[in-house]
Design a protein around this ligand. Structure first.
Ligand code: DHB
Length: 393
């Protein structure tokens, strides 16, 4: 078996693992990233596309924001549609001038991978981690099997950035870990379409038939979602059925047809919340989906993950370069306070916008919440601040 030595072994090359690598490298902390999937797979994995103000600034300060600043779309407002009427929330006016950046998660991943590869830093694709060991001893180690055989990495710390079903959170003894979760009675069917967006700003829509979201990626590519029953399968949804349902839910009197075009990508995502605590066990630190999942309404998943590694890189730099344990010791508690804020906001957005097919009491509550969100200055201010910058408040 080949042997390597590094300061931080990072499991997972999604946005969290890649940004952590970049932040550590810039501080002179040696690190290795190991990813189970191929480069092509991680660069094509379509996810949400809304980046918070503070997280966009983090990417710029990490030296990876150049293309995002050139090609990303800055939005100052968002539309909420219910009972056939449109309401604009003036995000920037209500959130001290801050705005959101619309830029796909997979573009962030491509930019990070490109930078890492061009700098020649260690990044192993198609490499499955088979063992994480020594988390409470003098040195940790991980083993992986890659295209060139088996490798053991001895390290000071392991960063688990490999998602909910990855190996990192499973390396923590179950007696040391508390996991809470909630499932929701709907999924999202998402499509990417070669069609110019019909609106300039994102539209979150509550319709009796179900939730719909109109988003975009560029002046020629739209991203749209439908709330569907959790039992839905992609085979149940022909292109015609998808477009006609989107039209029924999203069309307005002024614009009775939404712009259609070839569907480039489609998928169904189940909706759930998970929080794993604590986010540290000895020499292992969890970040991003390895420690928590939020329902997608509000697009907090990647923002939360990148905010975790902003905290984690600080903690590891302090520990490794200045021998200061305090930020690492506070890591889990500091993150979890923010994680629960994101769970609360994502749950609030989810519950308010997905009508119930059975419970009209619930539907009445949803309408009252929506009405308050768009008419009360206080309620729309809270919504705006959470929407544009929850992870940097
Ligand atoms: C997108 C995804 C979301 O979950 C959301 O709340 C807003 C936008 C998107 O993919 O663009």
């Amino acid at each position: 078996m080949k042997e390597l030595r590094t300061q931080v072994a990072i499991v997972g090359a999604g946005p969290a693992g890649l940004l952590l690598g970049q932040l550590l490298t810039r501080e002179g902390v040696d690190n290795v990233i190991v990813e189970q999937r191929s480069r092509d797979y991680v660069e094509k994995r379509v996810r949400a596309g809304v980046i918070e103000d503070g997280i966009a600034k983090l990417l710029v300060s990490a030296g990876v924001g150049e293309r995002m600043m050139r090609e990303g779309l800055v939005h100052h407002g968002v539309e909420i549609r219910f009972d056939g009427a449109s309401h604009r929330i003036a995000l920037s006016e209500l959130a001290d001038g801050r705005s959101i950046m619309v830029y796909g998660q997979q573009e962030v991943v491509k930019d990070l991978v490109h930078l890492r590869v061009s700098e020649g830093s260690a990044l192993f694709f198609e490499s499955e981690v088979t063992l994480i060991n020594g988390l409470t001893s003098d040195a940790a180690n991980i083993e992986f099997k890659g295209p060139d055989g088996r490798v053991r990495i001895t390290c000071d710390f392991v960063a688990g950035c490999d998602g909910t079903f990855g190996v990192a959170n499973r390396a923590i003894p179950s007696s040391e870990l508390c996991r809470v979760e909630r499932t929701y009675p709907f999924s999202w069917l998402g499509i990417l379409a070669q069609a110019p967006p019909a609106t300039e700003e994102l539209v979150y829509c509550r319709h009796e038939r179900g939730f719909a979201l109109y988003s975009l990626r560029s002046p020629t590519v739209s991203r749209l979602y439908l709330g569907v029953p959790p039992s839905s399968r992609l085979e149940d949804w022909s292109d015609d059925r998808i477009w006609s349902e989107l039209n029924l839910r999203l069309a307005t009197r002024e614009k009775p047809e939404i712009n259609q075009g070839p569907i480039l990508e489609r998928g169904i995502t189940a909706m759930r919340s998970i929080v794993i605590a604590p986010m540290r066990f000895g020499r292992l630190f969890l970040a991003g989906d390895a420690a928590h999942i939020v329902p997608p309404t509000g697009a907090k998943g990647m923002n939360l993950a990148l905010a975790d590694v902003r905290e984690l890189s600080r903690a590891l730099v302090e520990k490794l370069k200045r021998n200061d344990d305090r930020p690492a010791d506070a890591y889990s508690e500091t993150c979890l306070e923010r994680v629960w804020r994101a769970e609360e906001f994502s749950t609030y957005m989810t519950q308010m916008l997905h009508p119930s097919y059975e419970d009209d009491f619930e539907n009445g509550i949803q309408r009252a919440r929506l009405h308050q969100a768009v008419t009360s200055h206080e309620a729309s201010t809270v919504l705006s601040r959470n929407y544009v910058d929850l992870n940097s408040l």
